[in-house]
Every structure is written in C-alpha cells, then in structure tokens.
Design a protein around this ligand. Structure first.
Ligand code: PRT
Ligand code: ZN
Length: 281
C-alpha cells in the first residue's frame, strides 16, 4: 500500500485530483474525508494542509506527497524530489516599493525583508554575502512595506497582480516553483513505487506531447520528417492520391505553433492535432 498526502483544498487541489484520476484513481473532489482507499491500485490518499506534507513524507506518516517545490525546500525536510508535475507554477521573488527599486544585490544590505520563507531567504543572503533583517510573517506579506514592517518582501508571485496592487516592483527571483512529487527515501527502490511512477510518468509525458497527422507531397517527406523527431521516426503511409503521403508523429507541445508554421511552408495539408492520453517511453 502506498500512502499519498495531497492538499485538502487550495491552489494544488484541482490539478492533483486530475492527475490522480488520470492514473486510474477514481477520486471524487467532493469526498475529502481524511483517508480514502482504492481497490484499483493499492493507494491510500490522505487530505492534508500543504505545509504538513514535506514533514509527513520525511517521517513516513505518508510515503509520497504532492506539494509546491517552494514548501519542500523551505521545510528542509529530507525527502526525495521525484518529479516536477508542471502545474501550480509560480516564483519566489523579492519586491520593493516603486520608489525604492532594487537594481543591484548590494541594495539589499542593511534592509529588512518580510517573508514566509525565512530559510530560503537566509540561504540566498548567505550565498550572496548580504546582511539583512528577516521578519518572518505567515500571510499578507505584500502589505509589509506599507505598514512599515519591512522595506523588501520575498513572496510567491504568479500573475504579478498582487504586487502591482500593493505598489511593489518585482526585482530578483530566488526560486522557480511548481507542484512536485516527493517520496520518503526508503520507498523509492520498491516495486510498488516503480508501478506508481510508471503511471505518473505516462501522464507527465502525454501532457508534454501531441499527436500530429498531416498530408504532404511525397517529395517533401525527408524535409518534413527532419522536423518531426517523433518517438523513433514519423510513420509515413501512402495515400490513394498518387505521390501523396500521410505522416503521423508524436511531437512536443512546446514550440508547437512554430512547428505548424514551418510545416505549412513545406506544403503540409490537412494537419490534425490530437491530444495524447498516456505515453510510455
Ligand atoms: O490551506 P493550505 O495550507 O493547504 O494552503 P495554502 O493557503 O498555504 O496554500 P495555497 O493553496 O495558497 O498554495 C499552494 C501552493 O500553490 C503554493 O505553495 C505554491 O507552490 C503554489 N502557488 C502557485 C501559489 C501561487 N501560485 C500564488 N500566486 N501560492 C500562493 N500564491 C499567492 C502569493 O502568496 C500571493 O499572495 O498568490 C499571491 C500572488 O499571486 P499573483 O497572481 O497576484 O502574482
Ligand atoms: Zn499552507
């Protein structure tokens, strides 16, 4: 049995439920009682506050967890960081009031910084030989300068609108974060964990991929195939129309529009793009 700790509600919740559903765990977002087991796969899901997940994984209360990388690194818990999951992306950044823009790291010296991430901030200051006072606060970090608590803030940013609303300007990024899968160090070699990871990887890989089908003149196959690395090489199938073929390939979701523009230049027609549900490398 694998015990997994996930956030009970909040920014990680929806995508985590979606990920578990896509690996075959028929979880219901409306039933978040503390513990939930499944006969489909020996998995027990624990609904927790995100802050508790790293230490619960470290101490073995649960075996694996899904939580923001920011919390894992701040907690300094000894856990294995297994996979980046590609959702709940944000960054931990420094910001200061418009009138006091941080242009250089030496601008930090002698200032006070409000943050909920004291360990990460301390590490950053030490690495850069900077001297500051750190005010640890648990929420509403962005109001610290306006109430005179600190000159600088270090907080999570996604769209940036909270900073703008509070008259703050983002300067340096300490960490790029996203949801991650973490595991207790004693678990990673087990067969059950490999089975669990096979499912997770199939979903992560599928999300990064698209299935492309297009028609092209036969004389363009070499050039088009060069643009479509696919799994091994694209599949080329003759069409009923003489000297035309259909080309099938799995391509990366990144830079996808640029690829379509290039393919059009090489006379590709009837281009279909399909989502990939699962992919095994
Ligand atoms: O109740 P529980 O303790 O479980 O949840 P929580 O309230 O502590 O956490 P939650 O749900 O707010 O966030 C969970 C995780 O989502 C974080 O640890 C991050 O990994 C990730 N995440 C992604 C974010 C953001 N984006 C984010 N924008 N966490 C917080 N914010 C906050 C930020 O602190 C600031 O107040 O949103 C504001 C900034 O947003 P923008 O869009 O205005 O820049
Ligand atoms: Zn929390």
């Amino acid at each position: 049995m694998i015990k997994i700790g996930i956030q009970k509600s909040g920014r990680l919740f929806e995508d985590t439920i979606q990920l578990l559903k896509s690996i075959g765990i028929p979880i219901s977002a409306s039933n978040t009682s503390l513990k939930y087991s499944f006969p489909e796969f020996p998995l027990e899901v624990y609904f927790l506050r995100d802050d508790d997940i790293p230490s619960y994984v470290e101490t073995g209360v649960v075996d694996v967890g899904i939580v923001g990388k920011n919390l894992v690194l701040e907690s300094q818990c000894e856990v294995e960081l297994i996979r980046n999951l590609g959702f709940s992306k944000c960054r931990l950044s420094f910001a200061s009031p418009r009138g006091f823009k941080l242009r250089d790291l030496t601008d930090f010296n002698g200032k006070s910084i409000a943050t909920s991430y004291p360990n990460l901030v301390k590490g950053f200051l030490k690495e850069n030989n900077l001297n500051c006072n750190i005010h640890e606060i648990s929420g509403s970090v962005e109001v610290a300068p306006s109430i005179g608590l600190a000159e600088i803030v270090c907080d999570l940013v996604s769209s940036g609108s909270t900073l703008i609303k509070n008259g703050l300007v983002e300067s340096f990024t300490l960490l790029e974060s996203e949801a991650v899968l973490i595991a207790n160090k004693s678990l990673t070699e087990t067969e059950l964990f490999s089975r669990f990871l096979l499912r997770i990887d199939a979903v992560i890989l599928a999300k990064k991929s698209k299935y492309l089908v297009l028609n092209a003149p036969k004389e363009r196959v070499a050039e088009i195939a060069g643009m479509l690395p696919g799994l091994k090489a694209p599949t080329v199938i003759p069409l009923a129309t003489p000297n035309w073929v259909s080309i099938h390939a799995v391509v990366s979701s990144e830079n996808f529009w640029e690829l379509i523009e290039k393919l059009k230049k090489y006379d590709a027609e009837g281009i279909l793009v399909l989502p990939v549900e699962k992919m095994f490398s």
